[in-house]
Design a binder for this molecule. Sequence first.
Ligand SMILES: Nc1ncnc2c1ncn2[C@@H]1O[C@H](COP(=O)(O)OP(=O)(O)OP(=O)(O)O)[C@@H](O)[C@H]1O
Length: 932
Amino acid sequence: MNVRGPLSEVGEVRQVSTRYGERDLAELTVRPDGGASDPVTVTLWGKWTHTAEHAEPGMELLVTDAERDDYGDREGYTTSKESYVVLEPDFLVDVTDIRSWVQCPRMYYLNKLSGIPLNYPVVKGTVVHEVFGDLLRGVELEESIEDRVAEAGLELGLLGMEREEVADEVRRNAAAIEGWLNQGTLATDGDASAGADSGSTGAGDDASEDAGGDTSEGADDASNASLSEWDGGPDESEWRSEYTLISPTFGVKGRADALRRGQPVELKTGKNTNREPRFQDKIQAACYALLLRERGVDADTGTLLYTKNTALDRGEESGDLSPAKEFSVGKGLLEFVVRQRNEIAATEFDMSVPSGYEADAKCEYCFEQDTCMVVSGRLDQESKAGQIGTALPEEEREYFDETYRALEEERRETHAEYRKLWEQTAEERAADDRALIDLEPVSEEPLGDGRWRLTARKESDAVSKLREGDVALASDGDPASGHSELGRIQKLGDEVVVETDEPVKLCRLDVYPSELSVSRMHTAVHDFVLKGDPDRKDVLFGRRDPAFGAREADATPFIDNNEAQNAAVERAVTAEDFALVHGPPGTGKTYTIARIVRALVERGDRVLLSAFTNRAVDNAVEALRAQGFTDVLRVGTETGVRGDMQDIRLVTRGDPNDRAAKLNSASVVAATTSSCGSRTMREQEFDVALVDEASQLTEPGTLAAINLADRFVLVGDHEQLPPVVRAQNRLRESLFQRLIEEHPDAGVMLDRQYRMSQRIQAFSSREFYDGDLRPATPEVAGQTLADLGVDTADLPAELRDPVSFVDPDGDREGNANPLEADRVAEVVDGYVAAGVDPEDIGVIAPFRAQVAEIGRRTDVTVDTVDRFQGSSEEVIVVSFVATGDLDGPIFEDTRRVNVALTRAKKALCLVGDAEALASEPFYARMLDWARR
Ligand SMILES: Nc1ncnc2c1ncn2[C@@H]1O[C@H](COP(=O)(O)OP(=O)(O)OP(=O)(O)O)[C@@H](O)[C@H]1O
């Protein structure tokens, strides 16, 4: 049986005499069932005591296949031969992290803090991996090389590489893969039967000892078996490329390069002339074997394919030049893998910046040596490699530590999202908007390039968070233990289309959580605090005030019909550090941004134009175009960038020099803040970074963009949507908000709005902007539905005022209110019957369930507030859902209500339960205003 629960006590490791000789044991006290049951003693034997040494009270412990071990009056358990001991199983460690940890624990966290920079070995490695996948999918070698090298065009160009030299090198690497595939098995039989070589590290000795004898025997068996069964030529059905695996039991996740007959195969673009695979590579393959075993696949052999081996000349190099090295995966090795994983989980338990320690590694051969020394120097950590630079001042160190913790808390929330894949039933996940279930598979068609196009039919009103262009998990119905594939959603209507590497029956589509954003935030913080410009840090750490230059008094204004906008452009252009533009709804933020960008470029600055969402980036570019400025390069994916902006999109594929020149020479580059954290963008430098929607970005999210520039301008409104984060911590406050509170003088508030009638804007202006927000012109103030040709007399009586309130008498059921939905549909019909174009009406509801409920009753646009941010409609209807009281948040935060109410230009109708709304002062005031 499995024993699992939080640890309340962890005993010391001690030796006892048994009939097998002296053995180590440690006694731990666990409270099963999440701490709800009586404590039990769990005895960990032998090498599992290693995990006991890393365990602490409060950590979660799982012992699989534990045996009852009652003694005295205490209930107890003990590890058995089959047992695994897992610390903090909910913490999902990535396989590549286990690999680097085994190589050197400092490597693990250096990668985590500083990210993987753009360098040739990494890019080449990616290309070779892609070619490998193509070959497995039956693509012809030369075709694949040409295609994949072209695909990496931009990165190669930025590295100064020529297409042909890369193609040649990839070709040499691919020869190893192809030769091996054609041969169908190991280069020479019996290769893997040799015993452990001398190359293993200190840490490795532990495992070689563990895996002991069966390394050689097992591998021998495996290679013989494959030789005798092999009938010549690769059988594609025995292969599959890129396999995503998550293990709920061991707390490990990863993506195997390939499986051959169910056995993991890992590709390494380096050389290895030893007979045995490198130890850390073995660990990686063993991790996948562990994950496969959990899925019931008897993975007992790992294969490492060292593609550089065939490129080496026998004269030059001595040793074993065969590229493929097989080894047997015994229980001892798997246990070792789990113990290493436990070390990582234990280190990360308190979410403090880990210091790591060097394994028995040779620092002078390490690629990370420079980073290692710098990080050690800045964080004042001991390092065998040495330290460079001075330690961070205390406040910076504190900031670094606190942000690290906040990001790790966010990571835990992401892990909780992964867990829902197996903890929630299909129905629960669907109700949570995280999956589309009960899809009816229609077809699986091969695309020319070896990939697959899956099509299914969807019940028309099923909703979810999934959107076209997202990467999602397509599965046969069970994403955790059934067959699932990661793929990109091409179409999401009544017909669902997903493209994947391998075919799968498309019965269910799940949101697939990603840690990418957490990883990029870590790197942004690292780049800012550890590597950032000291002058920038003086300002952001409050050691000096931001400075501004002056413009000549008689200079022509940038904008002549709006003083605040003009002041904002001036502030941005004269800023020596940063400027802030506070733009309430409809105040011409986008218009002002375009003017700022133009003014900066005219002055000779190179500008990064960024925003949280693709939509805002596209809108800003559109505004620039409207002002006659077209010299913009849009960086983003084909699905992310709007159709009419594709002509200025940076195509990353193509000739390296050409691609790099295009990016390097652009005077305005427009990209989301998330792409600013990409390998290629991290290499770019700008004079000014202008970030829109800055109030929706976490501080590290903003840093990703502003790290790339000498100065920055943030545009946002902290009275609208806050940053989207799962954890309740400092990430919820944007850098925009912090700076506008610390340095109000660095900001300008745009106070004239071009959107809403006077009557509609009144509440928002009073509640959120101290009454300072006003209509920009009398026309804006006095607009009504009559301007659209609607005769107010044709409207139902309750909708005649530009702001109206309707109480439908429904009941909240979960996150929906069907009766209220009926009433919302009637209200919409009322406007339409009076002559309002349905295209001009938008409905906003707080929950997706209510959005779906209303969507079934009307054809106009219905969505949540978040989806409406940045847009507006002539008529807005808001559904509040809640009845009786306001227990359980509706719009969570009054700032969301601000966004909802300020989407309307000429008419606004609030639909909700008056009694519930009146129970809270804010909503009560809203009600008074609406019912006036
Ligand atoms: N100075 C100006 N003179 C004339 N029209 C303007 C001016 N500034 C903004 N506008 C107009 O006002 C409208 C709203 O401007 P814009 O789209 O820039 O607003 P925004 O603040 O970005 O809106 P949101 O709240 O959605 O972010 C646009 O039609 C724009 O052309």
